[in-house]
Design a binder for this molecule. Structure first.
Ligand SMILES: [Zn+2]
Length: 1004
């Protein structure tokens, strides 16, 4: 098509303008000091002094701009950022940020909430005076881009908003308390952004709102500073490892972005979403010298928008390019971190239409300057790390700060140069989230209002609220069409003869009041990611998944979640809700109350709360009128109706008053006295258990293995000892022996004036000793005298190693690879009180076992022959005929006892003959939950070689003396994500003195 001449001219003019801005975007603005910029010479000299090599710095940070009225970090730190020996408490960092706020209109400080221990968290905004003055108007623009429904998905209007809006780049530091560089780097960064008048910084200040949370894990950060100060005071000693970070967990605080159980996650999430920020950039320190793991490695999370994947590549590549040009070695963006799990803090952005970023810089775990020697794979030159780190170098906290600040400044500048692109992408990702129903689907997720586990459903929905997901409730019953599943062609002609399956249902109906999570909303992505299924192929080129491979919340919570693809669901009359309707309370008339058991954790809370009430558990299912109650139903007496009504209402449980007692066998449900054991090796995996028990308001005495060993009579004080997983590959020897005490010095974890933040969860003058053999003897005596010991994963192996479970063994498998996956288990003994409330199929979290086997003989030499090995040998007759020996009459073949993998084999008469190695029937393991058959084992994630664990026990109850050892192969309480299996632990607690209920001993 030919254009008239005048149009060509206009086009030319536009092109020239556009070219101008492109030229800028190509790096027109030189990074570094403006010659007119006054410099703080003394501070600058110290920067140089503490930087160990000139190439560990850049033109952006090798000087500090001077200001007449704005204080430098030195006023609070007493030295420059990154100086050796200096680690500030969060309070000092905040004090400095608030001094900045006072001194310049370019800084504003916001309180964003508190931690579990009540410490404040803050966010600091730095931008031009004008931008900070117009925060509210600017936020209105960002909010419209974040929710394109407000502008009717009008791209032209979006473009107008993009042209005017100032984006928000959110930086978070020190979520990992031993990674100590970020607070000082971010103090200095804030100063630079506020005062530096070089064009490069000016552009950032004018074009971006930089938002900074300098310390994410404040509780752990303060403890780390205590430890570091202890180290400075005792320079020749080993200093204690940071055993507690936050109140509950350590490194896993960066795995909480799905279930949002920790305050720090909730506070950062609310800040990120509340500001409608575009980027969340989280700072870590474990890789030399700067690994921008934004690009990382596959497999990428399958729920993020491909637009984000493109953004990761753009930003990552440019970051490396800029820093490489400064001559800084060891900067790369491609590495072994896969971006599969959405559990990382930075993923708050990826799941809410922003850009997730993460730096691993190189930290010394404190502010000492140290000679650092790298591993060969850390300094190797690879195609993606053309300028690798040095094999050996002197490294300082200042170097680390230089890398952090240079990386952030180049990122901020690149982001500013391309802010229209990134803002438009932000809008597009939000828009595409809203278009999910008509694009890739699903249309909605529906949670039925008749789910029997309504309190667990409520917990799952509350997580959705925390994630800022919109939830609606249907005003009437409705029916949706189910997707038509393609019939699988029979693999062999033989299979075609199998009896035809009943036709699959084609519709599904939901009652009124069901919860509809529509996918035409801006944050549909996070709901979709959490509720969907995951599949990690065993053939994936990524052989070392960085974290869990699955999380499917409906399965791990044991709540029905329907993935609906029928667009009609969006036309159902519904109302958006912002809180869940009140549920629970007492119905009917009578003085005996029943609460049906659906393995809801709230039942345990109720037991502990109603201290004076008599609660019994029904040992069999029963029926009253036409109402059915399941095994384990609570029968409550000795509490007023009003008290029970209040308690059940607050917990969401439904109680029914009965006119008369059902004729069913019962036993008392009691609140046991619990000793809760931790090691001084690691407290993180048990921390998730502690968090769950605290949330359920279940009281326990928290003590270390050392303290346990000192208690003279455990049975006098406790009914149950909980020993949750330890982690850290600690092994039984380490649990018993602890760390070597034959050299070095005691490692105190004590609350002293020298270390005011330590020793609060628990304390010891020396972390090194373990449980000791005295402790082992105490444990054994506790159980044999009637106590209950509950263990999981590695502590189960410990219980086996100290000989507490006759006839049970645990093994690993080289072939098996179950990496943080959701697996299927099956109830095989519903009469066990530990199984109360569960249906036959139970989904559970599993991370490679251990593989339990049960036997009725100790140290049997003969391997049990599986059924496939009993098939007849080659010979006469058909496959099913017996063989006939020529020349003699046929002899009768004795029946080989049949036995499933999870069953304790019943010894044959031959085996019983003169055999003192037989485990007496009453002492044999009771298996009530087993792993599913191999073909059914995988529910979500990566399961490879699953046949090695398939059908084996998932939980066993082993009698020992008059007590019990309950051992889990699955981890029932994990990261706030596994509420489905909590009640396996809680049932053990509540039925601690009736665990043999329904037990059937073998006759021989
Ligand atoms: Zn980290």
């Amino acid at each position: 098509m030919r254009r008239p001449q005048w149009l060509k001219l206009t086009l030319f003019a536009f092109t020239a303008l556009a070219m101008g801005s492109i030229a800028l975007a190509d790096g027109d603005t030189q990074p570094g000091r403006d010659p007119k910029q006054p410099v703080d010479e003394a501070y600058t000299a110290k920067i140089r002094q503490h930087t160990t090599e000139p190439y560990f710095s850049s033109p952006l940070v090798d000087y500090l701009p001077a200001s007449k009225n704005v204080p430098t970090p030195e006023v609070v730190l007493g030295d420059v950022a990154g100086a050796p020996g200096i680690l500030p408490y969060a309070e000092d960092v905040y004090k400095y940020m608030r001094l900045l706020e006072k001194a310049t209109p370019r800084v504003k400080v916001f309180s964003i909430g508190t931690t579990e221990e009540g410490r404040e968290m803050i966010a600091v905004a730095i931008s031009s005076e004008a931008n900070l003055k117009n925060l509210e108007q600017n936020h209105q623009r960002l909010a419209k881009l974040a929710d394109p429904r407000t502008i009717h998905l009008d791209d032209a209007e979006a473009d107008r908003l993009v042209a005017e809006a100032v984006p928000v780049y959110y930086i978070t530091g020190t979520i990992h308390s031993t990674e100590t560089g970020a607070p000082t780097a971010l103090m200095e960064l804030a100063y630079r952004l506020a005062v530096d008048d070089s064009p490069y910084i000016h552009e950032i200040r004018d074009g971006v709102i930089t938002l900074i949370t300098p310390v994410v894990e404040v509780d752990g950060g303060d403890r780390m500073v205590d430890l570091y100060k202890w180290h400075l005071a005792h320079p020749k000693d080993f200093y204690p490892p940071l055993i507690y970070w936050g109140k509950y967990v350590a490194h896993d605080n960066n795995r909480d972005a799905m279930a949002v159980t920790l305050k720090l996650t909730e506070n950062v999430l609310n800040t990120y979403v509340g500001w409608d920020a575009q980027v969340l950039h989280d700072l870590h320190e474990s890789v030399p010298y700067l690994y921008d793991n934004t690009v990382g490695d596959g497999p990428y999370n399958a729920w993020v928008d491909p637009i984000l994947v493109d953004e990761w590549q753009m930003i990552g590549a440019r970051n490396v390019a800029d820093m490489t040009k400064f001559g800084m070695p060891g900067v790369f963006t491609h590495g072994d971190f896969d971006t599969w799990s959405p559990g990382y803090l930075m993923f708050i952005a990826a799941m809410h239409n922003g850009i997730s970023r993460l730096y691993e810089t190189f930290g010394n775990g404190g502010a000492d300057t140290r000679e650092r020697t790298l591993e060969p794979d850390e300094y190797a030159r690879t195609w993606w790390r053309a300028n690798p780190p040095l094999p050996k170098t002197l490294w300082s906290q200042r170097n680390n700060n230089n890398y952090e600040e240079t990386g952030l400044l180049t990122s901020l500048h690149y982001f500013e140069e391309n802010k229209h692109l990134f803002l438009k992408n932000f809008y597009l990702k939000s828009k595409r989230s809203i278009q999910k129903p008509s694009a890739e689907g699903p249309v909605a997720y529906v949670l039925s209002s008749d789910d029997p586990r309504s309190t667990v459903q409520a917990d799952l929905l509350r997580i959705m609220f925390k994630q800022h997901v919109e939830i609606s409730r249907s005003a009437s019953a409705f029916t949706v069409a189910l997707p038509v599943k393609k019939e699988k062609k029979p693999a062999k002609p033989d299979d075609a003869e199998e009896k035809p399956k009943p036709p699959a249902p084609t519709t599904r109906s939901f009652p009124a009041g069901s919860y509809i999570i529509r996918m035409d909303q801006p944050y549909s992505r996070v709901a979709d990611a959490l509720l969907d299924y995951q599949y990690w192929s065993p053939d994936d080129p990524q052989k070392t998944p960085y974290d869990d491979t699955a999380w499917t919340f409906g399965e791990l919570f044991g709540v029905q979640v329907a993935r609906v693809t029928d667009p009609k669901v969006l036309t159902v009359p519904m109302e958006r809700i912002t809180e869940l309707p009140a549920n629970g309370g007492v119905q009917g008339e009578g003085t005996l109350f029943a609460i049906d058991n659906h393995a809801e954790p709230a039942l345990a809370t109720l037991r502990y709360r109603l201290k004076a009430a008599n609660i019994d558990a029904a040992e069999e299912p029963f029926q009253i009128a036409d109402r059915k109650f399941s095994r384990g139903t609570f029968l409550i007496r000795g509490v007023s109706r009003s008290d029970l009504d209040a308690a059940t209402k607050s917990l969401g449980l439904r109680a029914v008053a009965l006119a008369s007692a059902p004729s069913v066998k019962t036993h008392p449900v009691r609140a046991p006295r619990i000793a809760y054991i931790h090691t001084w090796i690691s407290t993180q995996d048990d921390g998730w258990w502690r968090l769950a028990l605290d949330n359920l308001q279940i009281a326990y005495d928290y003590m270390s293995t050392q303290a346990l060993a000192r208690i003279p009579d455990l049975n006098a004080k406790y009914d149950v000892i909980l020993f949750p997983p330890v982690g850290w590959n600690s092994g039984s020897t380490m649990i018993i022996d602890g760390l070597p005490t034959s050299w070095g010095n005691p490692l105190p974890w004590l609350n002293t004036p020298e270390s005011p933040n330590l020793g609060k969860n628990d304390s010891t003058p020396d972390m090194r000793p373990g449980m000791g053999w005295d402790g082992v003897a105490k444990l054994q005596s506790f159980v044999s005298k009637g106590g209950v010991l509950l263990t999981a994963t590695d502590t189960s192996q410990f219980a086996l190693a100290i000989g507490m479970a006759s006839g049970v063994t645990a093994s690993g498998s080289d072939k098996m690879k179950i990496v943080g996956a959701v697996v299927a288990t099956r109830l095989v003994d519903a009469a066990s009180p530990i199984a109360y409330g569960y249906e036959e199929k139970v989904s559970a979290y599993c991370d490679n076992g251990p593989i339990f086997s049960v036997n009725s003989m100790l140290g049997s030499r003969r391997r049990h022959l599986g059924p496939e090995m009993n098939t007849r040998p080659t010979g006469r007759g058909t496959k099913d005929d017996p063989d006939y020996v020529v020349g003699r009459p046929a002899s009768e073949i004795p029946d080989e006892p049949e036995r499933e993998q999870w069953e304790v084999p019943i010894p044959t008469d031959e085996q019983l003959h003169n055999n003192p190695r037989v485990v007496p029937p009453a002492d044999r393991a009771r298996v009530f939950l087993r792993y599913a058959d191999a073909k059914d084992l995988l529910i979500s994630g990566l399961v490879e070689g699953g046949s090695d664990i398939a059908q084996h026990p998932a939980v066993v109850d082993v009698p020992n003396g008059s007590g019990h050892v309950i051992m889990f192969s699955i981890n029932p309480i994990y990261r706030g994500e596994t509420e489905n299996t909590y009640s396996l632990v809680l049932n053990t607690l509540l039925n601690f003195d009736s665990l043999n209920t329904g037990r059937k001993d073998a006759e021989k």
